[in-house]
Design a protein around this ligand. Structure first.
Ligand code: LFR
Length: 484
């Protein structure tokens, strides 16, 4: 008999509500709602539009109920990482949640490291240092005169907040908590000692729960804690089989590139390489690096639209195709690109500052973004091999970005290994797999991955490396400019 589950999956640039139907060992997806997501600036602060998101979640669930009736087994929610809302003593949201790119965290590395050394933060969390992490957002709040922070009674991460609004129950799902940089994956608890030294409130946290826990019910349907960090869900949906040892790349606004391990690697080398050990579904560890993904391209597209050129993603590929290859080198993770703004100008300034020609036309800029992301992947891929001591078989790309043929081919060329793509809706699929596990409909992650292989085979493509000597040379040039 067919079983239906609802996956609510919110990325930084779009959200969707999908119904997954499992029948005779095959999973099919039906889209119920898809909607825009992104930052909005009000009076100098960047916010998420939490009401718009919740309204769209409810609309998607309502449509699913109409189409699939009472047959729905469960609902699971995953979102981008690190962000949260604060609630008052009556459980009411205090203010609109702030977006992680907001500048309130600027300077917070220094403030934290004055009290707790960088290596101690890493020992306590195993997480990559990024100013957007919840730790620095909370540090900023604790040093501010925020009335919301002072009077709050609870802090809920974004998926936990939506789960609360659907069920009335407040919980903190462990995978998501691990993105905060104040959850300790070894003790499996909040890093209380470190937070106390920093003077950050620890009385705000909700009870931690594992994925698979039924949090409560939304109009009679169980709401399950899934790998509620989108990256946790995406990695769960990478359809590797047997002994395949490949790197995983979840490709969207961010590019999360790493390997799935059994134990965290909290060493001086992983600290020096600024790698992260996030907790994954079924007790796995995602040993990965969080890299800028399609963000710069999204901003280019947005700015050009404002200037009257409304390119589709397909158009972006077409204009890039005409550009001369490998002319410009830049580091997509450079902080100059991290906030919303005039990205074409920032790219030009970067090239000028580093003594290169200046990219002028749109196609050249798009092509440069594809190439430089691929070079960044190659550099990171090498580091994963060095840190794990393993030669990797291939690069598995999942998520929306996996449908960009140009970047897939460039990546195969740059890493000199096969790139295997799909599924595109990995985050929603990983969310569904966690629900099937929770409901006892499948017994293991391997079983879930076999279902994905079976169900989404036609989406999978292999890209073989080409022109590898040219790309090796390009990688040396890239390192000379970006790693000095
Ligand atoms: C990807 C992601 C990353 C996280 C970033 C910010 O969507 O969740 O894993 O570091 O967004 O939340």
């Amino acid at each position: 008999m067919a079983k239906h589950y609802i996956a609510v999956d919110l990325g930084a640039s779009s959200g969707r509500v999908m119904v997954g139907t499992l029948e005779d060992g095959k999973l099919t997806l039906t889209e119920m709602n898809r909607f825009w997501n992104g930052p909005t600036e009000i009076d100098g602060t960047l916010y998420w539009d939490i009401v718009h998101l919740f309204r769209n979640i409810k609309e998607g669930i309502a449509k699913a109920r109409v189409q699939f009736g009472t047959e729905i087994s469960s609902i699971g929610i995953d979102t981008w990482g690190v962000d949260f809302g604060l609630l008052d003593v009556n459980g009411k949201l205090l203010g609109n949640p702030v977006q992680y790119r907001d500048e309130r965290t600027v300077g917070m590395f220094e403030k934290v490291f004055e009290k707790v050394s960088k290596s101690e933060v890493f020992e306590n969390s195993g997480i990559q240092f990024m100013e957007l992490n919840t730790l620095y957002q909370m540090m900023a709040l604790s040093l501010s005169d925020s009335v919301e922070y002072k009077t709050a009674n609870r802090m809920l991460f974004i998926p936990d907040l939506f789960n609360y609004w659907l069920t009335g129950e407040m919980r903190a799902e462990r995978m998501f908590a691990s993105t905060s940089q104040f959850y300790n994956p070894v003790t499996k608890d909040w890093a209380y000692g470190m937070l106390e030294k920093l003077g950050i409130r620890t009385d705000l946290f909700a009870e931690l729960v594992d994925p698979g826990t039924i949090i409560g019910k939304a109009e009679g349907t169980p709401v399950v804690a899934v790998g509620s960090h989108d990256t946790a869900s995406a990695f769960a949906a990478v359809p590797v089989a047997g002994n395949e040892q490949s790197a995983f790349l979840s490709s969207g606004t961010w590019s999360l590139l790493g390997a799935e391990l059994d134990e965290p690697v909290i060493t001086e080398d992983s600290l020096a390489a600024n790698f992260t050990n996030e907790v994954g579904v079924c007790d796995t560890i995602r040993f990965l690096k969080n890299l800028s993904g399609f963000w710069i391209l999204q901003e280019l597209k947005r700015v050009w639209k404002e200037q009257g050129n409304d390119y589709s993603w397909k158009d972006m590929d077409v204009i890039a195709d005409a550009a001369e290859p490998l002319q410009f080198f830049f580091d997509p993770t450079d902080p100059v690109f991290s906030t919303p703004g005039d990205m074409p100008k920032r790219l030009q300034d970067y090239c000028e500052r580093t003594g290169q020609k200046i990219p002028e036309d749109h196609g050249t800029m798009v092509q440069a973004c594809y190439e430089n992301l691929s070079l960044l992947y190659a550099d990171t891929f090498n580091t994963i091999e060095e840190l794990s001591g393993n030669k990797l078989d291939a690069l598995r790309i999942v998520g929306g970005g996996s449908s960009c043929l140009t970047i897939n081919q460039c990546s195969a060329n740059a890493i000199d290994r096969n790139v295997i793509t799909g599924p595109k809706e990995a985050t929603a699929i990983g969310n569904l797999i966690a629900q099937m596990l929770a409901m006892g409909d499948i017994q293991s992650l391997e079983e879930g991955r076999a279902i994905i292989r079976e169900s989404f085979a036609e989406e999978s493509c292999t890209f073989e490396p080409q022109d590898t000597e040219v790309w090796k040379d390009a990688l040396s040039k890239w390192r000379a400019i970006c790693r000095n």
